[in-house]
Design a protein around this ligand. Sequence first.
Ligand code: PHE
Length: 339
Amino acid sequence: MKQQLEALRAKAVETLSSVNTAAELEEFRVKVLGKKGELTAILRQMGSLSAEERPVMGALANEVRAYIEGELARVSAEVEKKAVAARIAAEKIDVTEPGITPKLGKAHPLTLVRKELENIFTSMGFMVAEGPEVELSHYNFDALNTPDDHPARDMQDTFYIAKDVLLRTQTSSVQARYMEAHKPPLRMICPGAVYRSDAVDATHSPFFHQIEGLVVDKNISFGDLKGTLEEFARLFFGPETRVRFRPHHFPFTEPSAEMDVSCFVCGGKGCRLCKGEGFIEILGAGVVHPNVLRACGIDPDVYSGFAFGMGQERLAMLRYKIDDMRLLFENDVRFLEQF
Ligand code: PHE
């Protein structure tokens, strides 16, 4: 039995020297020291020993057990240390390695144009207002002197959601809301998306953006309109820009005009961009119709005003020489990266 115990010790030490993982260690522990293990098997023979031999063998068995347990603990600590070292090596980060440069996004050309317009007009004291894109026909049409029988209200042009609810066809609806909610003097612009039942081509889209402006105060005249829009044109298109007003009709303004700017490519001589005209049409404007002021709770005998509206896509196309409006909506990164 003494030899068996010594053999067990020797074998245990040898086995432990080649153990590498926690699982192997556990397997060893069960096999050697476990209840049904090799040590227990040897100890079963105690019964056959003499009374003198028994305590001697008991002491030796305890010593061997303690020894193996000690070795087990030592190897176990080593295995653990190696595992930690391996994990650290595997997770090591080389902080000197060059990083992955994140791809930075860019503002969409329409956003750039809108911001520039907002800067120009807020620098002249205008507020920026917004309103709903799903609008009541009251604000889109009725309050803007555009009665029920007006052709602009036709199903052909307008996306109706219900009888009196539609996708706004113009941001003028925001002006009506603003006049209702604020007392003059008013100076505001309202940028936003509008919808019209237009077929898509290089210069049309059923979804586009406008920016409209409104000034209401005492003694506001067409002269104020001209001065403001001339200044705007010079700030947006360059200091040499000349403007030209042509008579036009809008239901909500009287008199009404369209404004052209001198072509910023040829300076007015005539070129491909201005189609030989020397001028490019950019906006509609006029003196606010008394019916509009009245419908929005402002006394036209005390106050007067002017309003204007233009398309952001058109301004972006002119500014960045984009020849097809569809490019602005396709979100092709190769296109958008250029701005
Ligand atoms: N709302 C007009 C349009 O959509 C533009 C406009 C605004 C004209 C204000 C005159 C005054 O065409």
